[in-house]
Design a protein around this ligand. Structure first.
Ligand SMILES: NC(=O)c1ccc[n+]([C@@H]2O[C@H](COP(=O)([O-])OP(=O)(O)OC[C@H]3O[C@@H](n4cnc5c(N)ncnc54)[C@H](OP(=O)(O)O)[C@@H]3O)[C@@H](O)[C@H]2O)c1
Length: 240
């Protein structure tokens, strides 16, 4: 890649899933998978490298050795994780010297578990169940940027919720607010995530230039507190 162009781009990748077989955070795998990523992308370094789904057999000392090697060789500038809870990050931090700068987690209007458990503390409803160890507050305390993946999807790869008949109340509310701000529903879906004070950075998988432009517009919109809660409830969430 042309170095002048490369410097203007922030490249992030992740590793650790050996598709359909296992998760692997061993030193050997981290080093070889990073080399393979660099080769595929035709670049000499990554700005950010994330460890993907937690490996039950992780040896944090090995991760630390791999990160040190990748950092000292200039192959990776910053390190992060994905789908990890606070104690898993603490375990890594016992040995890893580099700050964990990001944690990629599923979060969207239609998959709002990250905020629901906090809203429903000590209730007997399902929404009160803490499934992530309190990662949202942990990330804020430790300055770890949450990168919401699948910001337009529901369920575990359940599909897009925007413009879908399955979500009539939610879409009516999003459309109403989109009309008020004179933007697309896509913009409101992202503005809802950005309105949270954790300063999250959503990761969209779009390859559509128009949709990308609509996503970018969300950074100019600051939803009111009322609008944020109205959208949250329109997705079927109930306030205690
Ligand atoms: N860390 C993890 O465990 C994990 C898991 C899954 C994904 N990810 C990461 O997160 C990224 C984003 O995930 P994602 O692709 O699921 O995110 P997404 O941005 O929610 O979904 C993008 C897909 O939805 C389509 N789409 C969006 N709005 C639409 C609408 N209104 N109508 C019809 N189609 C619409 C897009 O089509 P167009 O291309 O036409 O816009 C694209 O195919 C991935 O690229 C991956 O890097 C991480």
């Amino acid at each position: 890649m042309n170095p002048a162009v490369r410097e203007k781009i922030i490249l992030q990748s992740k590793l650790g899933i050996v598709s359909g077989k296992m998760f692997d955070f061993s030193k050997e795998y981290i080093l070889s998978a990073t080399d393979a990523i660099l080769k595929r992308l035709g670049t000499e370094y990554l700005d950010v490298l994330l460890l993907h789904r937690p490996d039950a057999l992780v040896e944090p000392q090995e991760v630390a050795e791999a990160f040190d090697k990748l950092e000292s060789s200039g192959k990776v500038r910053y390190f992060g994780v994905s789908n990890q809870n606070p104690m898993q990050i603490e375990l890594l931090k016992k040995y890893v010297r580099q700050p964990i700068v990001a944690n990629q987690l599923q979060f969207s209007i239609a998959h709002a578990n990250l905020v629901s458990a906090g809203i429903n503390v000590n209730m007997t409803t399902d929404s009160a169940t803490v499934r992530d160890g309190g990662i949202l507050d942990y990330a804020r305390i430790h300055d770890i940027t949450i990168q919401p993946w699948s910001p337009f999807q529901h369920g575990f790869f359940g599909g897009v919720f925007l413009d879908r008949e399955k979500f009539p109340v939610l879409n009516a509310k999003i459309d109403e607010i989109a009309e008020k701000y004179n933007v697309a529903n896509t913009t409101i879906a992202i503005a809802w995530i950005l309105r949270h004070p954790a300063k999250m950075q959503p990761v969209s998988g779009t390859t559509n230039a128009k949709r990308l432009a609509d996503i970018v517009k969300a950074s100019d919109i600051y939803l009111t507190r009322e609008e944020w809660y109205e959208i949250y409830q329109a997705a079927g969430n109930v306030l205690p």
